[in-house]
Design a protein around this ligand. Sequence first.
Ligand SMILES: Cc1cc2nc3c(=O)[nH]c(=O)nc-3n(C[C@H](O)[C@H](O)[C@H](O)COP(=O)(O)OP(=O)(O)OC[C@H]3O[C@@H](n4cnc5c(N)ncnc54)[C@H](O)[C@@H]3O)c2cc1C
Length: 551
Amino acid sequence: MRAMMNSADALRPHPNRPDPVARLDLPAHVPIAIVGSGFSGLGSAIALANEGYAPSDVLILERRLGVGGTWYDNSYPGCRCDVPSNLYSFSFAPNPNWSETFSGQPEIERYLQSTARRYGVLDRIAFDAELESARWDAERSVWELDTARGSLTADVLISGGGGLSEPSIPDLTGAETFAGTSFHSAQWNHEHDLTGRRVAIIGTGASTIQFLPYVQREAGHVTLFQRTPPWVFPHRNRPTRGYERLAFRMLPWTQRFSRARNYWMGEFLLGSMLIHNSPMLTRLERLARRYLARQVADPELRAKLTPTYTPGCKRLLQSNDYYPALQRPNVSVEVEKIIEVVPSGVVTADGVLHEVDTIIYGTGFRITNNPMAERVIGTDGRTLKEHWSSAGVGMSAYCGATIPGFPNFFMLAGPNTGIGHTSLVVMIEAQIAHVTGALRAMRQRRGTAVEVRPEVASRWASEIQVKAAPTVWNSGGCSSWYLDEAGRNTTLWPDYTFRFVRRTRPFHPADYLITGTYGEGGSGNGAAVGAGLDARVGSATREPSTSAPTP
Ligand SMILES: Cc1cc2nc3c(=O)[nH]c(=O)nc-3n(C[C@H](O)[C@H](O)[C@H](O)COP(=O)(O)OP(=O)(O)OC[C@H]3O[C@@H](n4cnc5c(N)ncnc54)[C@H](O)[C@@H]3O)c2cc1C
C-alpha cells in the first residue's frame, strides 16, 4: 500500500531524542519499583496510581532516555504495528486521532509518551537507570536493587523489561572482523547513509519485511540472506478518514466498537485456526500462495520465497511492498547458509564471497534467554534462569507473572503471554489487574510477602504444555523462536486470549502464600505497600479504571 511508503518516515534521521525529564535521583527505598517504560511499565504505574498509591510510592527504572520500550528502540524505517491501533493501545486510553489504521512507530511512541504525561507518571521515571541485579532479602522482605545509577531497595518489583527488548545477533564466525558498518534493526544506525551502499540484510522476520523496501530504495545493492521464508499477506493499513476520527472523538463508543470487533475477529477467525492447527489454515495458505503468485512473476524467485511449513507456525507477516522490492534489479535473495563474515563481506556455504559495505541484522530478539532471568535472584540464592533450568519446565510463570521462590516479584509479558493473532496489550492489562489484586490481598492480610504456591505454578506449567501440543506453533512443521531448545512452547499463550484474561485478571489468594506482618520487621518490610496506603485510602480501595474488562 502506497500509504505505507510516504516520505515522512522514509529513512528519517534518528530523532536523537533529548532526555525528556529532569534526572530523577534514586531514593534509598521505594515501595514499588517497576522495570521498563513500555506498555507494561507505564500501564502498571498508571494502575497503581488509580489504586491509590502516591507518586512517591512508585518508581520506574528505565535504561533508555525516553519512554516507549519497543517503540522507542525500534526506529528503523517502516516500523509499524501489525495489529490495528484501536486494539494495539491501552483500553483505558483510546486515541481517536490515529492517523493510520496500523500506526507507524513514531506515532505509537508519541502515544505512549503522551499517555505517560496525561496520567502523571512521566516524572516517576528514573532514566538511564538500567537494573543490573535484583536480590530478595528474605529477612527484611525487600528487593535489593543494583542499577547503573546506584542501589536502592523495594518492597515489590514489577518487571516490564519486555520479551522483545534484547536484540539477538547470530554468532557468525568472523563477524568482528567486518570492516564495514553493521547494526541490528532495533539499534538502527541513523548516522549511516545507505545511499549507493552494498547492503547485506540477514534474516527475514517481521522487522526485515518492513525495512527492506526502504533500504532497497537507497542502497546500491541489497543481498537478502534468507534461511526460512515467511508467509506474507496483504497489509490492510490505510490512512484513517476524517469522519472516523470525528466519530471516535464525539461518540467514543464507536471506537470501543471498532476495538471489540477487531478483537473478536482476531480470536475467532485467526486465533481459532492457529490454536487448533485447523485445516482452515490450508485456505490461508492458498490465499498467501495466490498473493505470492500475483506479486512475483519469476518462478525461480517464487520458489525461494515459498515456505514449506503451515502458515502461522511462524508469525504471519503483512506487507504490500516486500515482494515488489525483492524484484527490483538492485536486490538479490540468497538462500545459501552463511558460513562466515570476512572484512569485505559475507561468505556462503557455496564458497561465494558477497562483498558488502553494510550488514543489517534483522535477526530478532533474545526471547528464550532474556538477560532479565540472569539478574533476578530469589529466596534460595538462585537466579530465575537457574530456577527454570533446575525445575525442568523451561521458562514458566503462573499467569505469565509469578514464580515460586520469587516473592513480591511480578513479570509482565512474561512466559507464555506472547500471542500470534492479537494485541499483547490485552495480555499485559490482564496481568496488571492480577498484580494490583495481589497487592490488595497482601494489604488486606497485612502481609509483607506474596508468593505463588509451587503446586499452583507447576499445574499451570503442565497445563500450558498440554494445551500447546496441538497448536500450529508446536505442530506446524517449523522451528521458531516460540519454542525453546527442548521444543517446549515457553513464549506463546496457546489458547484464546479471553481465556487468559478470565484466568489472570481475578487474583485468587488461595493460589498464593501471603506471609509476614508489616510493622514487625526492619526497614522496608512492606510497610509502605500496606500501611502507607491504608493511611491514605483506607481498606476500601477503589477498583482501578485500568482494569475495565479488556478488550
Ligand atoms: C518491531 C516490533 C513490532 C511489534 N509489533 C507488535 C504489534 O503489532 N502488536 C503486538 O501486540 N506486539 C507487537 N510487538 C511486541 C511488543 O514488544 C509488545 O507489544 C509491547 O510493546 C511490549 O511492551 P513491554 O512494555 O512489555 O516491553 P518493551 O516495550 O520491550 O519495554 C521494555 C522496557 O524495559 C526497559 N528495560 C529492559 N531491561 C531493563 C533493565 N534491566 N533495566 C531498566 N530498563 C530495562 C527497556 O529499555 C524498555 O524500555 C512488536 C515488537 C517489535 C520489536
